[in-house]
Write a protein that binds this ligand. Structure first.
Ligand code: KG4
Ligand code: ZN
Length: 348
């Protein structure tokens, strides 16, 4: 079975082609991605209307590129998948519209996929795919969740952020530090030149035994520290603050993830979402896992942030598990707000 997947929930247009193999694992045949980062940079964040318009320009050329790379003819595609939500409404509509138009032209069915399920299952496309069950640490720009995953569609929430997401904490702190958008990678780069112990920043909820997170206070602490440093902090001070901010976020994520794996009685952790690309987080999670004889799985670095591959793959895995309803009426809606609990062991 060949699935073509389209991702357009935010500022990346992604189209990929995945083949479902006999062993149940999907194989990535072609993957094309266009990031709008440069366009939004000037505004310091994503401008939804600009994002939608750019998705329109990119989606079909990217589909051609993915198919060429996969050496698959459009007529060989069996199912067209798209991100149905959550995300920016206009941006989602472009991907959904393009997917339904393509599918209608081919006379093939469509399937709408939950963006976070895509992230959650993305490590299955890596060279070292995980096995169920595992605990997943989902750290994207808008979500920070710990989940127990027993199979496709079998997710139970162990804890989540009560305010800002970890990615948001990176982005907002980066903005305060005068770094560009997206802030996470920029802050991580600056942090390599700084001392993580230079500033004492809060580690909210660290000692509470639940799996919840809170990062809103961190950005306030970064703001207060910057005020204290005066109008013109030196590069070294900024690097120290970046390193201290990253250290605070990473310590909370690692501590809570380790505790969740232990509490679940499991030995496998899967990390997914944009913040999963952070090398300090990877370093510390790897060290914590190695100490305990656990395994940690990540998506390939290029598949940590938004991409079409995770959408095509999640569709293939849902279909394989008998958990997806294929639609052939080519009518579509999108769900800008969509709790992951809505796709639990149920048809979507
Ligand atoms: O999963 P994603 O691409 O988009 C959402 O679905 O939100 O995640 C984007 C988030 C942003 O907050 C970005 O700053 C963060 O992931 N991010 C990073 C790194 N790469 C991306 N944060 C820290 N370090 C990184 N290397
Ligand atoms: Zn995402």
């Amino acid at each position: 079975m060949i699935v073509l997947g389209i991702e357009s929930s935010c500022d990346e247009t992604g189209v990929a082609v995945v083949a479902q193999q006999a062993d149940g694992l999907p194989r990535l045949l072609g993957d094309a991605l266009y990031s709008q980062v440069k366009m939004h940079e000037a505004y310091g964040g994503v401008v939804p209307e600009l994002a939608s318009r750019d998705h329109i320009r990119r989606v079909i050329p990217l589909a051609r590129q993915a198919l060429t790379q996969a050496q698959i003819a459009l007529s060989e595609v069996d199912v067209v998948a798209f991100t149905r939500g959550p995300g920016l409404a206009g941006a989602l509509l472009v991907g959904a519209g393009a997917a339904c138009a393509l599918a209608a032209a081919l006379g093939k069915p469509t399937i709408g996929i939950h963006h976070l399920e895509g992230h959650l299952l993305s490590p299955f496309l890596s060279a070292d795919p995980p096995r169920f069950p595992f605990v997943a640490l989902l750290v994207s720009g808008g979500h920070t969740q710990l989940m127990r995953v027993d199979g496709v569609g079998q997710y139970s929430l162990l804890g989540e952020t009560i305010d800002d997401a970890a990615g948001e904490a990176f982005d907002k702190s980066a903005k305060l530090l005068g770094l560009g958008y997206p802030g996470g990678p920029a802050l991580a780069r600056l942090a390599t030149q700084g001392d993580p112990a230079a500033f004492e920043l809060p580690r909210p909820l660290l000692h509470q035994r639940n799996a919840d997170f809170s990062f809103a206070g961190l950005k306030t602490a970064v703001m207060t520290t910057l005020k204290r440093l005066g109008d013109d902090p030196t590069l070294q001070q900024r690097a120290d603050l970046a390193a201290s901010t990253q250290a605070a976020i990473v310590e909370v994520l690692v501590t809570k993830a380790v505790r969740a794996v232990k509490a679940a009685g499991l030995t496998r952790l899967v990390v997914a979402g944009g913040v999963g690309a952070n090398s300090e987080l990877r370093l510390q999670l790897n060290a914590a896992a190695q100490k305990r004889g656990w395994q940690v799985h990540y998506p390939e670095l290029a598949l940590c942030t938004d991409n079409g591959a995770m959408i095509a793959m999640a569709a293939a895995m849902r279909l394989d598990a008998g958990l997806a309803t294929l639609k052939s009426d080519y009518g579509f809606d999108v769900k800008p707000r969509w709790p992951l609990s809505d796709v639990l062991m149920a048809t979507t």
